[in-house]
Design a protein around this ligand. Structure first.
Ligand code: MGD
Ligand code: MGD
Ligand code: MO
Length: 809
């Protein structure tokens, strides 16, 4: 979230699109209720299903799955045509006036630089034009035909309200009503927030859907203000912490990136990430990359990371390719993996195309499961009587189950969607043989290290030199780890301007990332967390909910990254001179000497507004981007592509063009492309989702949840049920090109047929929670059906839109 849960109460308009907060985030949803009750906020829900969020909305509009870019692109066109944009904001705080290179082009669904063979782009032309001074050229009049503004206007001119109705199936009057409600927040005294989750992410064009939403918010001046923002409602309680700590295959902690294979040179690695300002007087905060990076390497390898060995740069793996989830199961299927560790992860249930997962696991030599529960993955070899089962007598995979504790049985911290690190305390002793994840990993690590010490190996250095300074090496404490990832001084630090002044004693915790250095004198395992455990102690454990300004800025409750800042880009809540656009919900302001207010300024604290520094200090431009440059896999402006399994079979933006029906830069492998189903055999659009009464695949082990939702069902609209002669409560078989499931039919008014390009399209709704272990009635894994294809940027699978056939069972 750019903002945070409590801040939702400040909104005048709430758009829930691509999520179902009332059911998947019922506790957070209370802030929507607060906004409605105390702020007269209007709630809009856009969803293919009439959800519980929709049932309390002021306005609901249906949409076909996977077409949100058409819808939001239509909103962009509406706002530009009707001049419902916040001019001062857009002119000063975005790249509207920037001039794009002459060789940048877009034609019939493809941007310049496409390589059809490799299904990727050479992105060189996706950039701004530079002047002789090295800075980007601009045209403040916006008249130049290659300004971002002109290109944007041209790009979305095709996204008409008729196109929205034809492609999304959203009736025109409903679409226009949503536009009108959003447009009401283009003024400085009104704010809209966008809340989204998997209905936007789980598509082969998911990241670009989210960008389109962000562009709408920028036009309206809704980023950086109270009650505004782009708010990703995250999933598991600590999934935000997972990405923060760099657990994606290509990330290092704090959104730094691993080197790629050609990047063997440390100097060049650092230089390419130390982004120089693209406009005069901009801060471009990533210029501090080396300070964050060296402090990380010192945290990991201590005295073995020295200036002489480039801070142990050789210890870092260099990526030959991305190792995202889809890649890993592809490699497993190719027989290129020996072992796999699933820690707190049930991939057989959670990943797409169960048959492919099963085939992959069957090729492993060993599979390690770290989990408090028995999972489907740990019993993938069991013949549960489903199609695509493996034959246990024919496979060699050895499965090890290591029982772990769960969060309630240990101390630690969880990062919520609002970026708050909240400490929690152990509430119970673990049962049986369970050990904490930390202890299990420490035990594996210390044994591995001993083997390398005793027996040597190809490259033992990164293992034997790993810094492991914990009191009990076999079981580090949460406190020890927290102090390490937040950061401390290794030696006495002095003020660079006045070396006689000691700023930190050796061993003292640091107050924030501004204190990090690239000379090896500081450590921080995750620079964005620096200060969370500061010189004064553990700020994550704070529980003071006082809210001095009444807008939910409880700065003494827990700690938010970065720097305890609650609302990102909050400099943009003020005009150029530093005066709040909306004094009623002021976050910060310039008092003549420094920035101050209800939040921690997202800016240089003493930067005089006269200098012209932009509010988006992480971007080298200093402003927000409509034109994403080379940042995205499929192009600088989001474009609509159909889901890989499309009910149309063509892209309605260019019905005759080849190769642009679905995302030309998606994550997909050859065999999986061949396994896509077509509309002649699989005529209905399926989407998958969760229920309030279950949490994924674990609560089926809990008696009360299994009583609340005992048996697998699929939702079918009344019109389709009638057409197929299916009665409510009867059993149906739902198949895709990859397999089938059988479940009870729930015939409902909540799923209505849509008219798309003149033909009737039905949606089928499939909850995800059933499987073959647990107390609930055994069911089929929903992911038997889903296609093995993902977003080109995040590699998130397309769980939300695929084709199925439905028959009586
Ligand atoms: N009770 C409960 N709560 C949970 C979870 C759980 O398992 N149980 N899981 C947690 C996790 S890990 C996550 S990631 C979150 C997920 O939170 P959500 O994303 O809110 O959960 P989903 O049920 O997947 O809901 C997605 C919604 O998007 C809609 N949708 C599908 N396709 C489209 C589309 O193309 N466009 C639009 N506009 N909408 C679409 C679906 O109809 C559905 O209502 O929930 C978390 N909360
Ligand atoms: N078709 C379809 N597929 C989906 C989705 C969808 O919407 N549709 N949603 C996707 C999403 S958003 C998600 S997040 C995934 C979820 O996929 P998973 O994360 O694989 O699903 P969970 O059942 O939440 O599995 C988490 C496991 O962690 C275990 N666990 C709990 N606490 C601890 C602990 O402290 N330590 C360890 N080691 N284990 C612990 C639980 O017992 C559980 O078995 O599913 C994805 N798959
Ligand atoms: Mo999730």
């Amino acid at each position: 979230m750019t903002n945070h849960w409590v801040d939702i109460k400040n909104a005048d308009v709430v758009l829930i699109m691509g999520g179902n907060a009332a059911e998947a985030h019922p506790c957070g949803f209370k802030w929507v209720t607060e906004a409605k009750a105390h702020n007269k906020a209007k709630l809009i829900v856009v969803d293919p299903r009439f959800t519980r969020s929709a049932s309390v909305a002021d306005f609901y509009a249906p949409i076909r799955t996977g077409t949100d870019i058409i819808f939001l692109g239509g909103v962009i066109k509406y706002l530009l045509d009707k001049d419902k944009i916040q001019h001062e904001y857009v002119r000063n705080y975005t790249d509207f006036s920037f001039i794009v290179r002459e060789d940048f082009a877009f034609d019939a669904g493809l941007y310049s630089g496409y390589d059809a063979e490799k299904r990727t782009y050479n992105k060189a032309s996706w950039d701004y034009e530079r002047g002789d001074d090295g800075y980007v050229k601009t045209d403040p009049t916006l008249a130049h035909p290659r300004t971002v503004y002109q290109l944007l206007k041209k790009h979305y001119s095709r996204y008409t309200e008729d196109m929205v109705e034809r492609v999304c199936g959203t009736p025109k009057d409903k679409f226009l009503k949503v536009c009108e409600m959003l447009a009401s927040t283009a003024t400085t005294n009104r704010a809209a927030t966008i809340l989204y989750a998997l209905g936007w992410t789980q598509h082969s064009i998911g990241s670009q859907i989210i960008r389109t939403g962000a562009m709408v918010q920028l036009l309206l001046g809704n980023i950086g203000i109270a009650g505004g923002g782009m708010n990703a409602l995250r999933g598991h309680s600590n999934i935000q912490g997972l990405t923060d700590l760099g657990l994606m295959s290509n990330l290092l902690p704090g959104y730094m990136t691993l080197p790629n294979e050609p990047e063997q040179d440390y100097g060049k690695y650092i230089e390419s990430r130390t982004l120089k300002p693209l406009r005069p007087n901009q801060l471009s905060y990533w210029q501090n990359y080396s300070k964050f990076h060296v402090s990380l390497m010192k945290a990991w390898w201590g005295q073995s990371a020295t200036a002489e060995n480039n801070w142990a740069f050789d210890y870092l793996p260099k990526l030959d390719k991305l190792y995202d989830m889809l890649q890993v199961y592809e490699l497993m299927n190719q027989g290129k993996m020996n072992g796999y560790i699933a820690q707190g992860f049930n991939p057989l249930a959670a990943a797409p195309n169960k048959a492919k997962l099963n085939a992959g696991f069957a090729k492993l030599k060993f599979l390690v499961i770290m989990d408090p529960l028995v999972t489907e993955t740990s019993e993938f070899w069991r013949n549960a009587g489903e199609a695509n089962d493996v034959d246990p007598s024919k496979i060699q995979t050895e499965v090890f189950r290591l029982p772990t504790t769960c969060f309630a049985e240990e101390d630690g911290t969880l990062v919520n969607s609002g970026r708050w690190l909240q400490w929690h305390w152990k509430g119970a002793e673990p049962p049986g043989e369970a050990k904490s994840d930390i202890e299990i990993m420490a035990l594996i690590f210390t044994r591995l290290r001993k083997m390398y010490q005793d027996e040597g190996g190809k490259y033992p250095d990164p293992i034997v030199n790993l810094s492991w300074p914990y009191a009990n090496p076999q079981n580090p404490t949460a406190e020890e780890l927290a102090k390490e990832y937040t950061g401390r001084a290794l030696v006495e630090l002095t003020d660079p301007k006045d070396p006689s002044k000691v700023t930190r004693k050796a061993g003292e915790q640091l107050a924030g990332f501004a204190e990090l250095r690239d000379d090896g004198s500081t450590i921080s395992g995750c620079w964005i967390f620096a200060g969370a455990w500061g010189p004064g102690g553990n700020l994550m454990a704070r529980r003071d909910n006082s809210d001095p300004t009444g807008i939910g800025q409880t700065l003494n409750w827990a700690w938010a990254w970065p720097a305890n800042r609650r609302i990102l880009y909050n400099r943009a809540s003020c005009d150029v001179a530093g005066k709040p656009f909306d004094p009623r919900r002021s976050l910060i302001s310039w008092n003549g000497k420094f920035w101050t207010g209800a939040d921690i300024p997202d800016f240089k604290g003493d930067e005089n507004p006269d200098g012209g520094m932009g509010p988006f200090i992480m971007n080298p431009e200093g402003v927000a981007r409509f034109f994403a440059r080379a940042g995205m896999a499929e192009g600088p402006f989001p474009e609509h592509y159909e889901p890989f399994e499309t009910p149309l079979g063509y892209n309605p933006l260019y019905p005759k063009a080849k190769g642009v029906t679905s995302n030309p830069a998606a994550r997909v492998f050859k065999d999986d492309l061949a396994a896509m189903g077509t509309v002649d055999k699989f005529p209905y659009v399926a989407t998958t989702y969760r229920l309030t009464e279950h949490f994924h695949y674990w609560t089926k082990h809990v008696r009360i949840n299994s009583i609340l939702q005992p048996e697998q069902f699929v939702e079918i609209g009344e019109a389709l049920a009638k057409e197929l002669g299916i009665a409510n409560g009867s059993r149906v078989k739902v198949s895709s090109n990859r397999g089938y499931i059988k479940a009870v039919a729930l015939v409902t008014k909540r799923l209505r047929a849509l008219t798309i390009e003149g033909k009737t399209v039905h949606h089928v709704g499939i909850p995800i929670h059933w499987g073959f272990v647990g107390l609930a009635k055994p069911g089929f894994l929903t992911n038997t059906l889903t296609p093995f294809v993902g977003d080109g940027n995040s590699q998130t699978p397309e769980f939300k839109s695929f084709l199925v056939q439905v028959e009586k069972a």
